[in-house]
Design a protein around this ligand. Structure first.
Ligand code: FAD
Length: 381
């Protein structure tokens, strides 16, 4: 068993780390404070290949493996999780759905522009009335001549108001549940397709999350992504990869919490000693560092299973569950280690603490991950 990344993976991680250290960190704080999307910073991800990580080279992407991808997501989220989620929602959800299931003509039309960063991608499954129970979605698509007409809305969509391309799941048949769901590719600018105002969120203030609204939005028949009725099965596959990305995001956030704690423990003094000399805090940081390493190994194992073409659903769920709960724990303890300084916006742990919570909710909550894992262990359908 080889735990070492390859030379290429090591190089890619270094590029991501250098980008995060140079372009994120302190530079992102003002965007977070203003709840502003960092267009200029996100634009820089394109030339690095980070907006087409999983897109094959034939369509302008970097064509990298999932292990490399997880390393990039971790490093970006270590620098800033808002930029991280912007990047991975674009890659894992929108671009990867198209790369995995679209026709050749659709791939040629959409992937090069997504991979270069000319347009950002969004992916709409969740609705105001359905999240965990995603198959209960109500957005409808009806065929009229050679066009589909879509009506409904999608809630909590990352990149909704900054995207140029979106993949939308909608009901196309009378069948109940997952069977009657199809996927569509929509372009911004299509009449009847718009985004609501970005939500004011607990964390990830520099990421864009908004509703997507479909009011008689017309999509040519060629906008159907894959087979009619296959949209939900496709979405489940897309979520498998998305959960690995969310796990990597959580590892990055958790690592940032540890980094900040180590830095603070070495500089802050109390009772004539640095915090680093207190046994209680040493135990805390040792436990955290260990748990982050476990989360990283689980995440890379899930990514490796995906690269090997093995079923990765339950290992992805385990990685996502453990990594997200580790991120929340690490962020909480990092604030504790900082004392009062952890509660004010001057120190990054306040932002890290707010950002961490999303990892326990997005791409399926912790309760849903436990359900997926239990079903696999108990061999339930
Ligand atoms: C910042 C952000 C970005 C997001 N980005 C996207 C995106 O790009 N695209 C997209 O489609 N969605 C996105 N989402 C939506 C996200 O995936 C959902 O919020 C998530 O799946 C939970 O769904 P819900 O909010 O409807 O919660 P609900 O499903 O209403 O869950 C409420 C509570 O009930 C629990 N629960 C529900 N069912 C069960 C069960 N069977 N057993 C035990 N407990 C259960 C949940 O765990 C949770 O605690 C995003 C959300 C946020 C906050």
């Amino acid at each position: 068993m080889d735990f070492e990344p390859t030379d290429d993976q090591t190089r890619i991680r270094r590029v991501a780390r250098e980008f995060a250290e140079g372009e994120l960190g302190d530079k992102i704080a003002p965007y977070d404070e203003r709840h502003e999307f960092p267009h200029a910073i996100v634009k820089k991800l394109g030339p690095l290949g980070f907006l087409g990580v999983l897109v094959p080279e034939a369509y302008g992407g970097a064509g990298l493996d999932h292990v490399s991808y997880a390393l990039i997501v971790e490093e970006l989220c270590r620098g800033d999780a808002s930029v991280g989620i912007t990047m991975w929602a674009h890659n894992s959800l929108c671009a990867n759905h198209i790369a995995s299931f679209a026709s050749e003509a659709q791939k040629r039309r959409y992937l090069p522009r997504l991979a270069s960063g000319e347009v950002l991608g969004a992916w709409g499954l969740t609705e105001p009335g359905s999240g965990s129970d995603a198959a209960a979605l109500r957005t409808r698509a009806e065929l009229s001549g050679d066009e589909w007409i879509l009506n409904g809305s999608k809630a909590f969509i990352t990149n909704a108001s900054v995207c140029g391309t979106a993949v939308i799941m909608a009901r196309t048949g009378p069948e109940k549940g997952s069977k009657g769901v199809s996927a569509f590719i929509l372009e911004k600018g299509v009449p009847g397709f718009s985004a609501g105002s970005p939500y004011r969120k607990l964390g990830l203030h520099a990421s864009d999350t908004a509703e997507l609204i479909l009011e008689d939005a017309r999509v040519p028949a060629a906008g159907l992504l894959g087979e009619r009725g296959a949209g939900f099965a496709q979405a489940v596959q897309v979520l498998e990869g998305g959960r690995i990305a969310m796990a990597a995001m959580a590892v990055g956030i958790a690592q940032a919490a540890v980094d900040q704690s180590v830095k603070y423990m070495k500089q802050r003094t109390a009772f004539g000693r640095t915090l680093a000399e207190f046994n209680g805090l040493q135990g805390m940081i040792a436990d955290l560092a260990t748990e982050v390493e476990v989360a990283r190994l689980l995440t890379l194992r899930a990514a490796y299973a995906k690269d090997a073409g093995r079923p990765a659903m339950h290992v992805a769920a385990m990685a996502k569950l453990f990594a997200s709960e580790t991120a929340m724990k690490a962020a909480t303890q990092a604030v504790q280690i900082h004392g009062g300084a952890g509660y004010i916006t001057e120190f990054p742990v306040e932002r890290i603490f707010r950002d961490a919570k999303l990892t326990e909710i997005g791409e399926g909550t912790s309760e849903i991950q436990r359900l997926v894992i239990a079903r696999e262990i108990l061999q339930l359908s």
